[in-house]
Design a protein around this ligand. Sequence first.
Ligand code: ATP
Length: 437
Amino acid sequence: MSQRTFDRPTDADEPLLQVRDLEKHYPIRKGVLKQEVARVRAVDGISFDVHPGETVGIVGESGCGKSTVAKSILRLDDPTAGSVEFDGEDITEYGDRELKRFRREAQMIFQNPDSSFDPRMTIGESVSEPLRIHGVGPRTRRLEIARDLLERVGLNADDADRYPHELSGGQKQRVALARALVVNPRLVVADEPVSALDVSVQAEVLSLLQDIQEEFNLAILFISHDMSVVREVCDRVAVMYLGQIVEIGSTEELFANPEHPYTRALLRSIPTLDLDSRGIDAGLRGEVPDPTDPPSGCNFYTRCPEVIQPEGYDFEQEHWRSVMDLRVAMERHGVDVDGLREFVGLDDGESVSEADAAKMKAELRREHDIPESLTDASAETVLERALDDVVHRNVAAARDRLAEEFETVCERQEPALDAEGSSRPTACHLDGAPADD
Ligand SMILES: Nc1ncnc2c1ncn2[C@@H]1O[C@H](COP(=O)(O)OP(=O)(O)OP(=O)(O)O)[C@@H](O)[C@H]1O
C-alpha cells in the first residue's frame, strides 16, 4: 500500500454525503396501457449525513427500505425526489461521465459476496477488475495492487491465484472488501455485509472493517437489520420504519436511551445473556403495513405498543393496544361474522340471542387479547356497543364508532422528525419517555 495515498481533501467537519428528502417510489403498473395503479413508497423522504471516517447505520425490519436507500444513494436506482450530495455535488444531476467518476469514489459491499465474483476469474483478477474498468494499468501493476490489498484484509497475497469456490464465506467477504477498496473509495455502502456469515466470522469481518475505516478514513453507510451488529460498528444510527427515519442519533446514546417506541421494540428484540429474556420478540403485533398504502399520521401507530390514548380515556396501555389491534383488523380485513357465528355454534342467519351475542363478543375479545371488561367504564361502554354492532352484522357502524371515539393523535397527525421534547431527532408524539403502563 506504500505507494498509494489515502489523503482526504474533505474536512472531517463537513459531511461527505448529504442526503436530503430522498424518495424512491416504485410505480405499480397494470393493464395493456401499463397504467400506474399504485406506488410502493419504499423510501419516503429521508435525510441524513455521513462524515469522513464515520460509520452511520441504517437499521430496521425487512422491507422498510434499507436496500433502496443504498441503491438510490449510489444511483443504481434513480431516486424519485430529493438530493444526494457527495462532496458538495448533487449526484442525482450527474451525467454518465460524472457518474463513472463517482462510482469509483463510492463502493458497495453486498450481503452475498458471491454476487461480486465471476466464478471463472481468479481472486486476483476479480479484485483488480475495477482498476481495469477505470483504466488503471498495466495488468501486472493491477495484480500487484490486488495482492497487496489481499494482505491488508488478512488474506495471503498468493490467494490471488485461487478461485472463489476455494474460499470460505468469511474469506470471500474479505475479498469483496479488498475489491471495494482497490479503487481507493471515500464512501463504502455495506448492505448487510455480515448477515450471511457465522457469528464468529462476523466479528472478524466487522473488526477488519473498523480497522480499514480508520486507516483509509472511509465514510461507511452500514445497512443491517441486526441491532447488535449495528451497535458494534456504527458511530450513529438511523432507525427506519416503512420508508422513513423515525429516530437518528449517536449509537451510544440511542442504545442507552431509545426515544422512539419502534427503537425500543427493536432493542427488546436483541437476545441477551439473561436466559429469562433470551429470544423475546420485539413485542410488535400485527403485520408491517403495505408500503403502497401506509397508515395516516404516524405510520407506526398500527403496531406501536405505546400508541397514545385519546383524551378522556385512561386504562392499561396493553389493553388500549389490543383495542387498537381490533380497530386495525376491522379496517383492514373487516370481520368474518359468519365464521364467528359458526365458531359459537350458530348458523349463518341473522338471529342472535343474548346468550349467543355474549359468546360472540367474548370470542372477539379473546381473539384480540381484550379483557372481559376494560377498567375505564366509558371506554368499556364504547367497546361493548361496537361489539354489539358487529354481532348484529353492522361492522361498518362498529368501525365508525371506534374510529370516532377512539381516534388517537398518532393517526391524525404525522409527527415531525425533530428534537422537540427529545434529546435527538425522533418522529413521535410522545416526548421521549416511555408511555405509562
Ligand atoms: N423494484 C421494485 N419494485 C417494486 N417494489 C420494490 C422494488 N424494490 C423494492 N421494492 C419494495 O420496496 C420496499 C422496500 O424494499 P427494500 O428491499 O429496500 O427493503 P429492506 O429494508 O432492504 O428489506 P430487506 O432487508 O428484506 O432487503 C419493499 O416493500 C419492497 O417490496
